[in-house]
Design a binder for this molecule. Structure first.
Ligand SMILES: C=C(O[C@@H]1C=C(C(=O)O)C=C[C@H]1O)C(=O)O
Length: 386
């Protein structure tokens, strides 16, 4: 490896993040590995297929749709990047990787970030817009053109002061222990969130994806166990889930005959329960993690089914651009292994403005108000971090 390594012991890993205040940075916490990677200061961009074996981690993103016109998303995504400095924390151990010297990091001010409570106002009042979007999409489903379309909202939130990304990260980590907490910061903009959704993971020959679709809100009146059995036996949610599961299984079977499907379980988050099933296959054909991202994105969990028609419907009826929302973003290690998640429960932040994104899968039996409520429940991850 062309990087030097050094053990360090910071009280707060966010001190490392703060140290590179004016640089491009990424923060990526993987709860499956209990591993945090923070990268700072771009050192190299990778072209498709270019080897990155010398680099400890590559951070890679693709926007939800290939092109983005909205200025607020300009420059965000569709890149694979190596950073000059990395801090990796795993099993309580911290390792620093640096490309040439560690001049930029010898005097890190090691302090816990202060938790800030942001005073904010939600500027978006979009139920009417949602109703029109929902009805248009429902029409397409009833006409038989598509089975499922995932629609979304962009919610504008204005804070009284500049948003403290450190404080948001600290809160996201604390409140969403089984989610991937991420932030990507470039040229004054930060895309961050806490997503439960894995698009694809590669460990040597093993490829794993997860169908995650079908949701109910956690309730104070009903015990989790009762709610879980309700969700597991609810026909509308099972159907929504099955569409995603069948799609992923079919894609995997196209490239490899041997596919293992796990049992459908419940993933419980702070405010929601989701139906979740893992699907495993062997990479087999010398395919890379990026090949699998291209093969699987967007699954019907975030686009719809059939995928192409659903994407056309989204592009036609959604008023905002998704940018990196619901899009693949991931970390690839020096052996080509790693994970890509879908950037949901997320927001784009500039200065004191927060553009939060939230959506739900619509099927024949979905109702407008209920789905709107569900999207509000999903929005809580971002609101609670403020
Ligand atoms: C689209 C989102 O979530 C997706 C939609 C789900 C659903 O409709 O049940 C569940 C998980 C995600 O696949 C989002 O959070 O914005």
């Amino acid at each position: 490896m062309i990087y030097q390594q050094k053990k360090i012991h910071l009280k707060s890993t966010l001190s490392f993040w703060r140290n590179f205040e004016n640089e491009e940075r990424v923060f990526f916490y993987n709860p499956l590995e209990q591993e945090l990677v923070i990268g700072a200061k771009r050192v190299k961009n990778f072209k498709a297929g270019e080897s990155h074996l010398q680099f400890p981690y590559i951070f890679s993103t693709r926007t939800f749709l290939p092109t983005v016109k909205d200025q607020k998303w300009a420059g965000m995504g569709n890149e694979s990047i190596a950073f000059e400095y990395y801090l990796v924390e795993k099993n309580g151990r911290q390792t620093l990787y640096y490309y040439q010297d560690w001049f930029g990091i010898q005097d890190i001010r090691d302090e816990e970030p202060v938790s800030r409570r942001h005073v904010y106002e939600i500027l978006t009042d979009d139920y009417e817009e949602w109703r029109v979007l929902f009805n248009n999409v429902k029409q397409e489903i009833l006409s038989g053109k598509v089975k499922k379309v995932v629609i979304s909202r962009e919610v504008k939130i204005e804070c009284e002061s500049f948003v403290s990304i450190e404080s948001l990260l600290k809160n996201l980590l604390k409140k969403n222990p089984n989610c991937f907490v991420f932030a990507y910061c470039k040229e004054g903009k930060t895309f961050l969130g806490a997503t439960p959704e894995v698009l694809v993971r590669k460990e040597k020959e093993q490829i794993t994806s997860y169908a995650l679709a079908g949701t109910i809100a956690r309730s104070e009146q009903l015990a989790d166990e009762n709610q879980k059995s309700l969700l597991l036996s609810d026909p509308k949610n099972r159907h929504e889930h099955q569409v995603v599961l069948d799609y992923i299984v079919n894609v995997m079977k196209t490239f490899n005959g041997e596919v293992t499907i796990g049992e459908t379980n419940i993933l419980t988050l702070k405010n929601l329960h989701h139906l979740q099933t893992y699907i495993k296959a062997k990479a087999g054909d010398n395919s890379s993690l990026m090949d699998w991202v291209a093969r699987l994105h967007p699954t019907p969990a975030l686009g719809g089914y059939p995928v192409r028609d659903a994407l056309e419907i989204i592009a036609r009826f959604e008023k905002h651009e998704r940018g990196l929302y619901a899009a693949p973003m991931g970390m690839i290690n020096e052996y080509g292994d790693g994970i890509f998640v879908a950037g949901i429960r997320s927001a784009l932040i500039t200065g004191n403005m927060v553009y939060a994104y939230t959506g739900c899968g619509i099927v024949e039996k979905s109702t407008c108000e209920e789905e709107y409520r569900e999207s509000n429940n999903k929005l809580k991850s971002i609101l609670e971090s403020l």
